[in-house]
Write a protein that binds this ligand. Structure first.
Ligand SMILES: Nc1nc2c(c(=O)[nH]1)N[C@H]1C(S)=C(S)[C@@H](COP(=O)(O)OP(=O)(O)OC[C@H]3O[C@@H](n4cnc5c(=O)[nH]c(N)nc54)[C@H](O)[C@@H]3O)O[C@H]1N2
Ligand SMILES: Nc1nc2c(c(=O)[nH]1)N[C@H]1C(S)=C(S)[C@@H](COP(=O)(O)OP(=O)(O)OC[C@H]3O[C@@H](n4cnc5c(=O)[nH]c(N)nc54)[C@H](O)[C@@H]3O)O[C@H]1N2
Ligand code: SF4
Ligand SMILES: [Mo]
Length: 756
């Protein structure tokens, strides 16, 4: 074990979710599709499902509604939780039953959009497979033998086991992991109160590298004013299928109205590619070359915003010298986009500036040099002078909320097992680096971790190389999962704690940044079904058994009251439409003009990155070519589908019927010589695993890669619809990560494909 070090308290670094009948609310096909918005209708799921299947699914009969009192009509505004976006909706009830979810047009972020997943929220409550009461494992791990337990019994069991872990291995012997959600803060409070430094969240599987690159350039992670942009260049940010509100809607409307040109780079012809003015089928892993060449052209042809650069930025001369060799002709050889096209696009982009942007994207867990690539994107934005301008990049604005006072968290007696401070000093320490953390746990390095609690996360599907996650699970003396359905990870647990779904809970008030700061309330629509509880009640139950009550000296009501006290609001402020906002418009230019000091070492926007330099990284992005495939190998590119959120709703009945399984996309020129024809089963092999799945032979993908929609191939015996359908990319992906931030690198795996 390493020498004991006294470290700062967990979470101390602020850096860097008698009845009359009334007419039935019948959810017919038109109704279901009508609320999904144009973005979804544009989403033809290639090789996923047929139109007939889709209509059949939408027409699926529901249980007949119970008779209701026609006078009982309440407005149930709340907030979707089926993905990170948290769109607003209004629930239509019949009696105690949720019949339909409609978009809430007053919700600034999502307006009249509620996607297929959001609509299918109705089936989240009604899912016959959902977790209904606490379960304690009786058989071998993964055998699927459980006994139903009371909450008292399950919480006693967890508290005893967690206390035992603390006694035997110290508080750092317990790992807490979670993915974002409005109640996640209660869970992380519990983890810190317990005293473990080992809390790991989803950002190192998702957006850590992009956030670090933009944060260190601008001193904040900007918002992107897509609504007012006229020219957007984006790399693989598949906004028409991987939704981000309001960007998806703003982009759709901008294109529809002819005021926005989108240039989209992706080795795959996605739905976003189909809506873009230009699709550039870039060679995978070479986007950095493209952006360096853009910077080269802007500097050489003096297309950059010279006044802005002189006044607000630092490092221009260094950048100019750095990008001099990165000409479009050089880039053409790397990314296979003609030099003249790069030059023309750069000129158009500069002309449209400041209403022009390089869109950062959200999932940036791509390659091992991802931070450098995103830094180049940030630099091109700086050269365009779009900072704090209409149609450009804006500083994040928010409404400050209050919080009940908490006691101080205990000092952990060990440092984090993933040693963020030394390995990834620029990434957010509290979020951790999941891929490396898993390896450290497997190696007992520098100390053993033998307990793991998982909240709202499915590590067997979220992390690359499932085998390693299984090994980590097998190492655990205690594994508890808090979820709403029996996921693959839950299936391996010792104890499963069922949370009430988002429709059954009131959550803390949430502050949003886009399109302008506003607050929203996720308000309980129906009471909790079965023996389920909200996260706050679950962690309170644990805390009270472990003498940690002082961290939870509040109820949901008093917590919300403390939040609202700060802006001087009450719950009544949300009555009208579930939303509160002060000034209903974006602000521009708040950081410009005066003596504003950017939160960077130089106090300016940094073209040459001083935080990087201080940590001995290159202050400017150097190009490294992508890794090369072995003979007959193709690069595996995972990605999202419009109907699913990661691995979380393939078991939702409506969504399952729309698309029961995933298919491997392969170009005909690669399929034919391998004797592969459309629809057949193929064996896909990587250096760490293999799967058998159906194939989609399509010209919508470059020859040098294959694509596999993420989130399928479930194995849990509790998921009756999703189990055994399609294959999981995590069986194939290697445990690679971005060197600077530790963010997973999901696009660094090569596979072979052959008929099965
Ligand atoms: N190969 C590959 N891997 C990826 C990605 C990829 O594209 N390809 N994407 C990455 C990205 S961007 C991210 S953000 C991560 C996400 O990784 P995860 O967060 O693990 O993803 P999900 O599968 O959405 O898991 C969320 C879990 O929360 C549960 N849940 C839903 N609602 C509730 C609730 O109210 N309470 C509780 N307690 N649980 C709830 C769901 O049932 C589900 O099991 O995955 C990453 N992993
Ligand atoms: N429907 C739906 N919407 C979602 C989610 C979801 O699971 N489902 N998840 C939400 C979350 S947490 C996130 S992080 C975002 C993710 O949003 P995105 O990042 O837009 O989603 P992905 O599908 O993971 O995008 C990866 C895209 O990059 C392309 N790509 C791969 N390699 C390269 C390359 O080298 N260069 C270029 N230019 N492109 C490449 C892939 O072909 C793919 O189309 O979506 C959010 N919205
Ligand atoms: S994008 Fe869809 S699933 Fe995500 S919050 Fe919005 S409606 Fe819900
Ligand atoms: Mo994500």
């Amino acid at each position: 074990m390493s020498a004991k070090r006294r470290t700062r308290p967990v979470g101390s670094r602020p850096s860097g979710e008698g009845q009359k009948r009334r007419p039935r609310v019948h959810v017919d096909r038109r109704g279901f599709l009508g609320t999904m918005g144009t973005a979804i209708l544009g989403t033809t799921l290639y090789g996923c499902t047929t139109r007939t299947q889709m209509l059949k699914a939408i027409d699926s009969p529901q249980a007949p509604p119970e008779p209701v009192d026609s006078v009982a009509k309440a407005r149930h505004f709340s907030v979707c939780a089926n993905c990170v976006n948290k769109c607003g909706f209004e629930a239509i009830l019949e009696g105690a039953r949720v019949r339909k979810l409609e978009p809430n047009p007053s919700f600034p972020k999502s307006r009249s959009m509620l996607c297929a997943k959001g609509n299918a929220g109705v089936k989240v409550i009604q899912d016959p497979d959902r977790l209904k009461h606490p379960l304690i494992r009786t058989g071998a791990r993964g055998e699927g033998k459980w006994r139903k337990a009371s909450w008292d019994e399950a919480l006693d069991y967890c508290a005893q086991r967690m206390s035992k872990i603390k006694e035997t291995y110290g508080p750092h012997g317990m790992l807490f992991s979670s993915t974002e959600g409005f109640q996640e803060g209660f869970y992380t409070t519990f983890a810190k109160a317990y005293g473990s430094p080992n809390l790991v969240r989803h950002p190192s599987l998702c957006l850590a590298s992009g956030n670090v690159a933009f944060f260190t350039t601008f001193g904040t992670v900007p918002e992107f004013d897509v609504e007012h942009a006229e020219y957007i260049i984006m790399s693989g940010a598949n906004r028409m299928e991987a939704f981000i509100t309001p960007d998806t809607t703003d982009m759709m409307e901008g294109i529809r109205d002819g005021r926005l040109k989108v240039v989209y780079l992706d080795p795959r012809y996605t739905v976003t590619a189909s809506k873009a003015a230009e699709w550039l089928p870039i060679r995978p892993g070479t986007d950095l070359a493209f952006y360096l060449a853009m910077a080269n052209v802007m500097v050489r042809e003096k297309l950059y915003a010279a006044g802005f650069v002189a006044k607000y930025t630092q490092g221009f001369d260094e950048l100019a010298a750095h990008v001099a060799p990165y000409t479009p002709e050089w880039a053409e050889k790397e990314c296979e986009i003609p030099a003249e096209q790069i030059r023309r696009i750069t000129r158009e982009f500069a002309k449209a500036a400041p209403r022009a942007m390089i869109y950062k994207g959200r999932r940036t867990s791509w390659y091992e040099n991802d931070t450098q690539m995103r830094q180049a994107m940030a630099i091109v934005n700086v050269l365009a002078g779009n900072w704090d301008q209409k149609g450009g990049l804006l500083p994040k604005a928010s409404i400050k909320l209050g919080k009940p006072a908490l006691p101080e968290f205990p000092w952990p007696d060990e440092y984090r097992i993933d040693n963020m401070e030394e390995r990834h000093p620029l990434a957010r320490e509290d979020d951790g680096a999941y891929v490396e953390l898993r390896q450290q746990v497997l190696d007992d390095e520098p100390y053993p971790v033998r307990g793991w609690m998982v909240y709202k996360q499915n590590p067997l599907h979220g992390l690359p190389d499932r085998r390693l996650t299984m090994q980590m699970i097998e190492k655990m003396e205690f594994l508890a999962v808090i979820d709403i359905v029996p996921t693959d990870t839950a299936w391996m647990a010792d104890v499963i704690l069922p949370e009430s779904t988002y429709l059954e809970r009131t959550d803390p008030v949430h502050g949003f940044h886009a399109p302008y700061p506003f607050l929203a309330l996720r308000k309980q629509v129906v009471p909790p079904q079965f023996e389920t509880r909200a996260c706050l009640d679950i962690v309170k139950g644990l805390a009270s058994r472990m003498e940690l009550d002082s961290f939870f000296d509040y109820t949901m009501d008093s917590y919300i009251a403390a939040q609202l006290a700060e802006p001087g609001l009450t719950l009544a402020d949300f009555d009208e439409n579930g939303v509160w906002s002060g000034k209903k418009a974006r602000s521009y230019g708040t950081t410009l003009g005066g003596d504003y000091r950017f939160r960077t070492p130089s106090g300016k926007i940094e073209l040459a990155n001083e935080r990087f330099r201080r940590r001995k990284y290159d202050p400017l992005p150097h190009y490294t070519p992508p890794s090369t495939p072995g003979k007959g190998e193709l690069r595996l590119l995972p990605g999202k589908q419009a109907y699913f959120t990661h691995a979380s709703n393939q078991n939702n009945r409506w969504l399952h019927e729309l698309c029961p399984e995933n298919q491997l996309w392969i170009h005909p020129a690669e399929a034919t010589p391998r004797g592969i024809s459309n629809g057949q089963d193929v064996r896909v092999r990587s250096h760490v695993g293999q799967v058998v799945m159906k194939v989609l032979v399509t010209e919508k993908i470059r020859r040098d890669c294959v694509h596999m929609p993420h989130g399928f191939g479930h194995r849990s015996g509790g998921l009756t619809l999703a189990r055994g359908q399609g294959a999981s990319d995590q069986d194939l992906l290697e445990a690679r990560f971005d060197k600077m931030t530790g963010n997973a690198a999901y696009h660094e795996t090569f596979v072979t494909v052959e008929p099965a």
